[in-house]
Every structure is written in structure tokens, then in C-alpha cells.
Design a binder for this molecule. Structure first.
Ligand SMILES: [Zn+2]
Ligand SMILES: [Zn+2]
Length: 353
């Protein structure tokens, strides 16, 4: 039974791991010619994030990719955690504030906007941009940010821009991302791409409907394509996803899970109530998701209710339980800067130049 994830089935062709054969003739050897077959790791895939290297090898196998250049922009969970340590709330903010008449172009022009870990393409049903359009905008932004960061002598230590296309209950966008990378890997040299999806769960006792953001998985993992649970309950879905070979998950837009529950209380009571309530949800998340339950989308740009008390309470519950904060815009329009507001092609060009 499906949890709703659709995927373009891949036969999972197994390719040989890259090996280099070398014949070494020792100097001054009187033993004659000795032949060694040295298996050398593919240096392009070896970096400081060994778990991500394993992950990329698994992607290369699943998608029959022989040129390691192609998967260079793909970010694994290890690199993500490393990079997020240095990102602050403002780095997830494109500068657009509802109702979108007011915007702060400095966020984009000065290279402050550095990540959108939640956006939707036309694979979502409710998104309008194509994967290609999203990647084009993100790549241009990454190139601009790279130049700005270089001037600030940040040594390109952190990703100039990170994008995650997290379509609802599907992994089709991931296949498209990889196709785009195959077509022109150099174009995305400054961009980091997280393969992602947003999975909906149903009410589960005290836990309301939730949206789970899953990042850094192999879209061909059988847990996402074949072995799906019968139930859409929060605990069942989270537990199922905890069995993914690669990746990690987070709670999307946590404020929606609280709704209007505490709004009639005093500010102080609201703060306490929300913190306890959300702390309870997060403990359940950890229990069922184990070490895969890692993130909370605390920096969500699209809250029009913008309740600072609630925001602080959720952040505090999340910090207490050592979750890593992520952020996103939940873009459904033709751009990666707003939530549901279409920008004209000119406005997009102006923002990116
Ligand atoms: Zn959502
Ligand atoms: Zn969403």
C-alpha cells in the first residue's frame, strides 16, 4: 500500500565501482616485473564527509552515473549539518514579506539569502515552477553569492546557496534534478542541492496532521517506493522513514500543528503551553524517528500570522531537545523568493542581476 509517494520506477542497474588498474615496477628490483592491481577510490567523490561519499556512490549506482562531476552539487546529511551550523534565521529570508508589496532587496543583493530548504515544483500538483526553472534561479543566486562571499574572504567554506525541492508525497522531482545535473553539471558548480520530499501524515492521537520534510535520501530506496506502511499515522510514517538507508527528516512549519490552541491565553501562558505541547510532539518524533529525526523548520518565512511568542516557544522546545533548525519559504509560485506570489520575468531577472 502506498503512502502516496509516486516514483518513476528505476530498474536499479548496478554499475561497477570506479577502479584504476596500475602496474608498478619497483626500482632496482631484481625480482623482475611485479604487477599490482591497485584499487583506488575515485578522488572526486572523496571529501571530508565520508557518509555523504557513501550516499553519492549509492546514487551513482542507482542512476547509472559514471562521471562523479554530475553528483558534486548534491548535498548529503553530513555536509548539511556542517553547513547549517553557520546559517542564521536571516539566511533563510529572501526579503519578501507578505503581502509582497514590501521587500528588502538587500537580502538577495548582499548575499544574505542563502538557503531555501522547502519549495515545490509542478510535480507537487499545487506548484507552478518546473524543476529546471527552480534550479536556474538557485544556480544564478549561488553564483552571485559565491562572488560576494569570496570578497568577504569566507573561502567558500559554506555553500553559497542550498536548495531543496520538496514536492508532496513524491520523489519525481529528484529524478528531474538528477537529469538536469546530467545535462549540465558545470552550471550548478556553486549550488548545493538537497534531494527532498514533503510527506503528509494523518492525525495520530494527540498529534495533529503533520508534514514531514525528508532530506538526503536515495529516491530509489525501496522504503520510499515499495515497502510502504498501510497507515498514514504520524508514528507509523515517521517510524517507516527512520528505516531509510540515507537521509534525515524534520517537522515542516511546526506552527501549523498548534493552530489556534493557545491564542486566548496570556502571553506567558501561551509561551509555556506551546512549549510543552510542541515539546511533547517532538519527543514522539524522536521516539519513532530515532537518529533520523533531526530537524525542525523553525525559520519559516511564510507565516503570515507571524506570532513571535509562538515562534519563540517552538524554537525553545526544539533547542531543548537538540533539534537542528532549518528554514524555507514553501514556495509554490514561479520563483524561490515568495510563497505563492508570482513575480514577472523582469522582476526575477532584476533580483538576480
Ligand atoms: Zn507543508
Ligand atoms: Zn510545502
Amino acid at each position: 500500500m502506498m503512502i502516496g509517494i509516486r516514483t518513476k520506477a528505476n530498474s536499479g542497474v548496478i554499475i561497477k565501482t570506479s577502479t584504476t588498474e596500475k602496474t608498478i615496477l619497483p626500482k632496482n628490483s631484481n625480482m623482475g616485473r611485479i604487477s599490482f592491481t591497485a584499487i583506488q577510490p575515485n578522488m572526486d567523490l572523496v571529501d571530508k564527509f565520508p557518509l555523504d561519499t557513501e550516499y553519492k556512490k549509492s546514487l551513482a549506482k542507482s542512476y547509472n552515473i559514471k562521471n562523479p562531476e554530475i553528483l558534486k552539487p548534491i548535498m548529503g546529511i553530513q555536509e548539511l549539518k556542517y553547513t547549517l551550523r553557520t546559517l542564521k534565521e536571516t539566511n533563510y529570508d529572501s526579503g519578501f514579506v507578505r503581502p509582497y508589496k514590501s521587500k528588502n532587496p538587500k537580502q538577495i543583493k548582499n548575499g544574505i539569502y542563502r538557503a531555501n530548504l522547502h519549495c515545490h515544483s509542478n510535480n507537487s500538483g499545487d506548484g507552478t515552477a518546473s524543476v529546471e526553472e527552480i534550479l536556474n534561479q538557485a544556480a544564478t543566486l549561488a553564483d552571485n553569492n559565491y562572488e560576494i562571499l569570496k570578497k568577504q574572504s569566507k573561502n567558500g567554506q559554506n555553500a553559497p546557496f542550498i536548495i531543496a525541492i520538496t514536492d508532496h508525497n513524491t520523489t519525481d522531482q529528484c529524478d528531474e534534478v538528477i537529469n538536469q545535473l546530467k545535462g549540465n553539471p558545470k552550471k550548478y558548480r556553486n549550488l548545493k542541492i538537497l534531494l527532498g520530499s514533503e510527506i503528509e501524515t494523518e492525525q495520530d492521537g494527540d498529534i495533529p496532521k503533520a508534514h514531514i520534510l525528508v532530506y538526503g535520501f536515495n529516491p530509489q530506496d525501496k522504503k520510499l517506493t515499495e515497502e510502504l506502511p498501510n497507515s498514514k499515522k504520524f508514528s507509523d510514517i515517521v517510524e517507516h522513514l527512520s528505516g531509510l538507508k540515507y537521509g534525515a527528516m524534520g517537522i515542516a512549519h511546526p506552527q501549523r500543528m498548534i493552530g489556534g490552541k493557545f491564542k486566548d491565553l496570556t502571553e506567558n501562558e501561551q509561551q509555556k503551553g506551546s512549549e510543552n505541547y510542541f515539546g511533547g510532539i517532538l519527543k514522539e518524533f524522536k521516539t519513532h524517528g530515532k537518529e533520523k529525526a533531526t530537524f525542525v523548520e523553525n525559520y519559516y518565512q511564510s507565516y503570515y500570522e507571524n506570532n513571535p511568542t509562538l515562534k519563540t516557544a517552538i524554537k525553545s522546545a526544539s533547542d531543548n531537545l537538540k533539534f537542528i533548525s532549518t528554514g524555507g519559504i514553501d514556495s509554490h509560485a514561479n520563483n524561490i523568493f515568495t510563497n505563492t506570489y508570482d513575480l514577472s520575468p523582469n522582476e526575477i531577472t532584476n533580483l538576480l542581476n
